[in-house]
Every structure is written in structure tokens, then in C-alpha cells.
Design a protein around this ligand. Sequence first.
Ligand SMILES: *[C@@H]1O[C@H](CO)[C@@H](O)[C@H](O)[C@H]1NC(C)=O
Ligand SMILES: *[C@@H]1O[C@H](CO)[C@@H](O)[C@H](O)[C@H]1NC(C)=O
Ligand SMILES: *[C@@H]1O[C@H](CO)[C@@H](O)[C@H](O)[C@H]1NC(C)=O
Ligand SMILES: *[C@@H]1O[C@H](CO)[C@@H](O)[C@H](O)[C@H]1NC(C)=O
Ligand SMILES: *[C@@H]1O[C@H](CO)[C@@H](O)[C@H](O)[C@H]1NC(C)=O
Ligand SMILES: *[C@@H]1O[C@H](CO)[C@@H](O)[C@H](O)[C@H]1NC(C)=O
Ligand SMILES: *[C@@H]1O[C@H](CO)[C@@H](O)[C@H](O)[C@H]1NC(C)=O
Ligand SMILES: *[C@@H]1O[C@H](CO)[C@@H](O)[C@H](O)[C@H]1NC(C)=O
Ligand SMILES: *[C@@H]1O[C@H](CO)[C@@H](O)[C@H](O)[C@H]1NC(C)=O
Ligand SMILES: *[C@@H]1O[C@H](CO)[C@@H](O)[C@H](O)[C@H]1NC(C)=O
Ligand SMILES: *[C@@H]1O[C@H](CO)[C@@H](O)[C@H](O)[C@H]1NC(C)=O
Ligand SMILES: *[C@@H]1O[C@H](CO)[C@@H](O)[C@H](O)[C@H]1NC(C)=O
Length: 728
Amino acid sequence: MGKLFQYNVGILICWALVLMDIAAEREYFIPDGNLTWDGARNHCQICFKELVTLTPDNSQLITQRLNSEHWIGLRKNLNSSDNSSMSWAHWANGDPLFFQNWYPGWPVFKSPPPKIDCCSCSCTCPINTPTETMSITPVTENTTDFYLSNESASSLWDSFTSGYTTSGLPLKMESECERSPMPVVLETNKSESYIEDSCVAMLSFGPWVEKSCLELLPYICFEDRFLGQVNVTNVTLTTATLAWLPGPGDITYYRVEIQGDVERKYNLSSLIHDVVNLTSGGFYKVQVFPVKCKRDLNPQNSTFYTVPNKVTDLNVIHVTNTSVTLSWNKPEGKMNFYLVKYDGKEIKLETQLDVNTTINGLIPGGLYTFTVQTRVQDESRRSEESNITTNTKPGKVSSLKVSLYTNRSALLTWTAPEGNFTGFRVKVTNANLNRTNNSEVGQDKRDVLEENLPDGSKICFSVRTLVNYTSSSSLNYTVLASEGDEETTVIYTAPGPISNLLLSTDEKSLTASWSPPNSNYSSFIVELKLDNVPTDTTNTNETTNTTVTFSELKNSASYTVKVSASFENVRGPSVKNSTYTLPSPPTNPIAITITSNSITFGWNAPVNSATPLYHVKLNSTIWNYNTSYDINSSTNYTFTNLTSGTKYQFSVSVLAGGMESNPATCSVKTVANKVNITLAMLCSSVQPLLCGDETSMTKVLAKLKEYFTTRLGDSIEWTPPQWKNPGT
Ligand SMILES: *[C@@H]1O[C@H](CO)[C@@H](O)[C@H](O)[C@H]1NC(C)=O
Ligand SMILES: *[C@@H]1O[C@H](CO)[C@@H](O)[C@H](O)[C@H]1NC(C)=O
Ligand SMILES: *[C@@H]1O[C@H](CO)[C@@H](O)[C@H](O)[C@H]1NC(C)=O
Ligand SMILES: *[C@@H]1O[C@H](CO)[C@@H](O)[C@H](O)[C@H]1NC(C)=O
Ligand SMILES: *[C@@H]1O[C@H](CO)[C@@H](O)[C@H](O)[C@H]1NC(C)=O
Ligand SMILES: *[C@@H]1O[C@H](CO)[C@@H](O)[C@H](O)[C@H]1NC(C)=O
Ligand SMILES: *[C@@H]1O[C@H](CO)[C@@H](O)[C@H](O)[C@H]1NC(C)=O
Ligand SMILES: *[C@@H]1O[C@H](CO)[C@@H](O)[C@H](O)[C@H]1NC(C)=O
Ligand SMILES: *[C@@H]1O[C@H](CO)[C@@H](O)[C@H](O)[C@H]1NC(C)=O
Ligand SMILES: *[C@@H]1O[C@H](CO)[C@@H](O)[C@H](O)[C@H]1NC(C)=O
Ligand SMILES: *[C@@H]1O[C@H](CO)[C@@H](O)[C@H](O)[C@H]1NC(C)=O
Ligand SMILES: *[C@@H]1O[C@H](CO)[C@@H](O)[C@H](O)[C@H]1NC(C)=O
């Protein structure tokens, strides 16, 4: 406490007048208790700024608040040590004395002053009785500031002056008073009232009188309204540094009040304070009240947000081709909204809850880093960034095609999807063997050659787009979809060749049989074609058997059979073999022309034969004659250089593919050229006449005929021998 309160002061009334044309707002105070002028000034200087300085403007307002006389900041000899200074020169705060409002008769001079023709008019007229019964309102230490606008101030003033005129003074006198010079002397023995070093008090209705400075009176102090400012610096999640301006005069301490989710009050003598243990992202209002003589001066204010915490558990929970769903937990403390940044874009999420949010409009397979930050309402504070890197699901390839180069190699081609990717996975599955080959190709490839495909298999090709940004992205890289959807296509490879193709024929039909291939097959395709007949249509049969018979074929014809296995309509290589149908014999062989040394034979071609090759033969046993010829196309043949009268055996057959048909035969004799042959017989019998015996001769002739018959038979033309007697 100490010296400050030795006057037992309190503040009776205080109010402030807002003067709009002055930068500093001036406030007026009437402290509790009566003091000498010096004591009053001392108190004003300690607890306020100075005793009041009056002006035309403030004196009107101040008067409204008075109900008794009060010391004001005016003294005849303010600076007593400085004798050279003139009386009534300055106000206590040093302002020059531009304005005076003396009660008539004051100030009192030591000797009568010279007559004054005209003086500056005082517009204040005397009032009957100076207040001696001023009531004192109960003492309070509270400070209450009054701010009066110009209008309310002037209306108060009006009511005051009107009340004054109705209290007995005629308006006329008021106007006279304004026009005539103020009377210099109203009473004759004023020298009694002369005070050497007088102090000035203001009467309750305004005018001033001189008083002995030792009188105990209430007094009016003033102080300019303090305008300071709190600076908030070094703001962290939970701390901030506050700095403020020193208050005017002798400040007892500074009361720092912090309001927000926590309320703090500190009484400090320093001008700086570190506040700790605040809530992150919280909003705080700071007021620093300089306290002087137990009175709060105008506070210095500020508001601030602490830095909000960053979000936790930032995760990617779902991705599609064009969207990413992120989730995170609200951080501890407070915040006002989230800001999600990616790819140069920003999304503001006005919620203070845990979040699942889906970000759309991304490109397939793209690599994105999402940064999530919390911010406070005015965006003055931003949390640290939490970030996560992920990629959208890559697109699906299109136009997947397989073209078989050979039975065992295929070229796979495709069109890349929209968006980004780093490669492709090509999967080749042999469905029959459940065997899969995986391979990865770079992002520039659009085709793959698959070789060594198995025969007769269902092969599935699938291509997926891949993304793998592990080498190019930060450690916090979450991959939910490294592969796009699968595009597939199926092909069937051709079965292997059949084996052991065997053909068997008769005259009209052909049977082919074979062994199936080692690989899968679903059917066989058998093609039959007549050789060397380009116009002949191919006879095709599809069967699941390993044998097929074609009937109603031409005989003696060369047929080629091709057999291939087929799997799901894909044909394997064909195996071929050729054979002939059995030949049929010609019919109706006849001798068309017969001479003694030639025969022309003719015959009919066999029914339903292809262009046959005939084999003609002629023989004669008697002459041991044998000849044969092969002839094309013609159905007759002439044999020459034959022996007359000889029976010839003719045969004709058809040759085909090394096979020969049964022959058609006939026998014909050439025309005979007759020759007589004489036999002379010598009889050697011992019995005479026996040789000439008729019986014997008949017997001999019979024996001869028998002999020739045995030897010649039918083979040549001959007549039996007859007797011709040599004598006759
Ligand atoms: C100030 O005034 C209020 C209301 O008039 C009162 O409640 C409070 O106790 C006073 N404070 C002091 C310090 O007297
Ligand atoms: C203070 O002075 C005023 C005016 O002279 C008077 O009315 C009041 O009674 C005095 N108060 C005290 C406590 O002396
Ligand atoms: C601080 O705020 C209070 C009201 O809360 C106000 O009266 C005062 O004038 C403000 N201080 C400043 C320096 O503006
Ligand atoms: C900021 O505040 C922290 C914690 O109160 C303190 O350790 C640090 O020194 C301060 N920094 C500055 C530049 O004031
Ligand atoms: C507050 O900051 C302003 C601008 O930096 C500076 O001029 C002023 O002196 C500071 N006030 C305090 C109390 O530190
Ligand atoms: C801040 O809070 C911690 C833990 O609650 C406590 O130990 C510490 O004393 C507090 N500091 C201040 C200055 O209040
Ligand atoms: C976010 O998604 C996860 C996973 O689907 C689910 O467990 C969680 O409840 C969701 N949270 C909200 C706030 O929707
Ligand atoms: C997609 O790829 C292009 C070309 O490589 C690149 O410039 C772009 O940044 C990528 N976009 C994303 C989202 O990954
Ligand atoms: C991601 O966050 C880490 C620290 O959490 C930081 O070092 C890095 O720079 C951030 N990356 C981006 C792209 O913001
Ligand atoms: C292939 O796998 C399927 C199902 O997994 C099974 O039914 C089939 O028998 C398997 N085939 C072979 C040749 O292993
Ligand atoms: C991605 O590429 C890196 C090398 O760049 C490789 O080590 C890693 O195995 C790849 N990841 C996948 C899933 O293919
Ligand atoms: C093919 O052979 C099957 C049986 O072997 C027979 O039923 C079918 O008529 C034949 N088709 C042709 C075009 O020869």
C-alpha cells in the first residue's frame, strides 16, 4: 500500500468525456476524500495524471457532475520557486490559460485594479448561494467510466441551463449580462478576501473562486485514456508469448486475463509473459489491465489462436480408377476445418470430426500425394502437414488380340488404357494343365510373343496394367491397387498330327483309319479327293471316330485322303495318303475283225471307272505264243503277225495302282490257210497182206487221228488224215 493511499482516497465519481477532435480520450475522476490543493495535486499525479485542466467544452460537462466546490488544476503561483513567472499563467499540467470563468469578484487583487472599459465577457452569471451543502455519495473503489456522446452532452447541458433559468434569474438579466461588460468590483471591502497564494476551486455550477490552498476540498483529476496493445508472438501448439506496453505513471502491476477454454489470471510486473498449457488450436482473448492505485486502466487487448495439432492416422482406405478415399482422426485439441491439398488443388472440409472423404476426378494409375492440414477459423494458424502418397487403380487395357503365328507361337497385342501406368503383367494360362506363366513388361510395350505353346490346348491370355512407383515416391507410400482389372482372351492351339494313316479299298469304297494325336482333340477332319481330276469336289467328313469309310467311289481311281485333328475348330496339320480303288474288269470282249494273221479285239470299259489302264494279253499254247500290252483310253486292240488257223486266247484286265482286275477273256481262231500233208507209211508186217487189210488200215487211221487230236486238239484248224492209194 504505502504512500499511495496515505490520503485514504477512494473514487467518488469518475466519468469520461469523449472529445472527438482530440486523439487521446480524456477521462475525469473525482477521488473520494477532501484534501488540500497540494495534496489533491499529488494524489492526481500519482493515481491519475494531473488536476483537471478546464476548457469551455469540458467545463460544461464536468459541472453537471458537481454538487459542491472542487479543486481544479489552477493556482496563482503554480511554480512558487520561479518568482519571475506571472500569476495565473498555466494550468497544473502546463497548458496555457486560454479560458477563464471567474465568479464575479474573483480573482481578488491586492490593490484595486485599474478601471477597465471592456473586458472579455464571461457568459456565466452569478447564482445566489455557493453550494455549501454538497452531498457525498457513498465511497466505492470501483472505477466506472462514462462516455458521453456530443448530443447527450449538449442535451444535458441544455437541461442544466434551463433548470438554472427557471430557478429565479430572469432571462433578461442573462442577456444584459452578456451585453454589458462584467462588473469589475461587486463589493467594496474585497481586500479582506485577498489571498497571497490562492488556489482555485470550481463552484458546483461552474464559476471559479479563489481559496486558501490549505482548505480541504474534493478535487477533480484527469487522465488520458490509455491505449496500448498486446503483441502475441512465438505461438506454438500450447504456448504463446504475450508482450504489452507499459501503462502511464506508476503502475502497481499488470493483470493479465486470458479467456478461452481455460481462464487464467496473472498479476505481473513484467511486460512479457509466456503462457503455457493452452489447448492446441484454441481461441484465446487476452486483456492486460495496468493497475494503478487499485484502479484498472483501459486494458490492452488481443486475441489469438494457438497452432492446431495435425491429424493422426491418415490412411487410404479405398481407391478406384478415379477416386481415393482417405480417412483420418481428428487431432487432439481444437481446430475449425481441414484442408486437403493434392495435385495443386485444395478441398476445405468444414467439420471437426473424424473424416472419411472420397476425392474424385483423379486419373487412373496416377501417383498422388495428399496433404491434410488443420486450420483455425481465421486461418492464422495451420497445423503441420500430414501427408500420404498413393496411386489410383490403373485402367484396363483394351483391344486385346492374339494372332497365331504358327501352331506354337502367338502374338498378343493390346491398347494401353487411359491414365498412367508403369508396366503390364501378361499371364498365359494353359487351362488344360492348370499351368500359368507370368511375365511383366515395361510401360512402352504393347505386344508380347508367346512361344512353345502346347498343342491342342485352351490357352487364356490376360493382361493387366501395373503401377509401381516405389522407386520414385516417398517412404509413406500406400499401395492398395497396384494392378488394373484383367482383360482376357482365349485361344485354342491346334492339335498335333494324327499318325498311322492306313487306307484300304475295294472297287467302290475306301476306308481310312488312323491313330489320334498325342494332344487333345475334339474331332477329325477327313478330306477325300480324286487325284488328277481338278474339277472333282473334295469330299469332307468330320468325325470323332478314328475311321471313316467313303463309298460309291469310282473304281481303279487314285484317291488322296487328308486327315487332320481339330480342337475347338482349330485344325492341326494334316497327314495324307493315297491309294487306288480296286479295278473292275472290262466286259464283253469280242473279236471284231479276224483275218488269217490278225485279230482286232474290242471290249467295254468297266462301269464307273476312272480313266483306266487296260492290260491286254494274247496267247496260243500250241505255238507257245504269248504277248501283252498296256493301253490307255482305247477299248480295242489289233494283234498282228498271228498264225493262221490258230486258236488264240485273249484277255483284257484293268490295271490300277499296281493292282489288276479279273480278266475278261475270249478265244478266237485266225482264218486258216489249208495245206495238204501227205504221210507215207511203210508196212513192215510179217504177215502178208495184213497192211493192206482194210481193218488194219482203219485201225491205223484211228490211231493217227487220236494222235493228232492229242497233239493239236482245238488249237489249230486241222482235218484227220485219209487214205490215198498210191496206185490210183
Ligand atoms: C464494483 O461494483 C460491483 C457492482 O456495483 C460490485 O459487485 C463489486 O464488488 C465492486 N468492486 C469493488 C472492488 O468494490
Ligand atoms: C468535503 O468537502 C465538502 C465541500 O466542502 C463538504 O461538503 C464535505 O462534507 C467534506 N467531506 C468531509 C469528509 O469532510
Ligand atoms: C480492450 O477491450 C475493451 C472492451 O473489452 C475496450 O473497452 C478497450 O478499449 C479495449 N482496449 C483497446 C486498447 O482498444
Ligand atoms: C518460444 O516459446 C518456447 C516455449 O515457451 C520457448 O522455448 C522459445 O524460446 C520461444 N522462442 C522465442 C523466439 O521466443
Ligand atoms: C507490437 O508489435 C509492433 C509491430 O511489430 C511493435 O511496433 C510494437 O512495439 C509491439 N508492441 C509490444 C508491446 O511489443
Ligand atoms: C502444464 O501442465 C502439466 C501437466 O498437466 C503440469 O505438470 C505443469 O505444471 C503445467 N505447467 C503450468 C505452467 O501450468
Ligand atoms: C471410415 O471408414 C472406415 C472403414 O470403412 C470405417 O470403419 C469408419 O467407421 C468410417 N468412419 C466414418 C466417420 O465414416
Ligand atoms: C502421369 O504421367 C505423366 C507423364 O509421365 C506425368 O507428367 C504426370 O504427373 C502423371 N500424373 C500423375 C497423377 O501421376
Ligand atoms: C510429407 O510429410 C513429411 C513429414 O511428415 C515431410 O517431410 C514431407 O516433406 C511431406 N511431403 C510433402 C509432399 O508434403
Ligand atoms: C485344374 O484346376 C481345376 C480347378 O482348380 C480342376 O478342377 C482341374 O481338375 C485341374 N486340371 C488339371 C489338369 O489339373
Ligand atoms: C516395384 O519396383 C521395384 C524396383 O523399382 C521392385 O523392387 C519392386 O519389387 C516392385 N514392386 C512390385 C510390387 O512389383
Ligand atoms: C461322315 O461320316 C459319318 C459317319 O462316319 C456319316 O454319318 C456322315 O454321313 C459322313 N458325312 C459325309 C459328308 O460324308
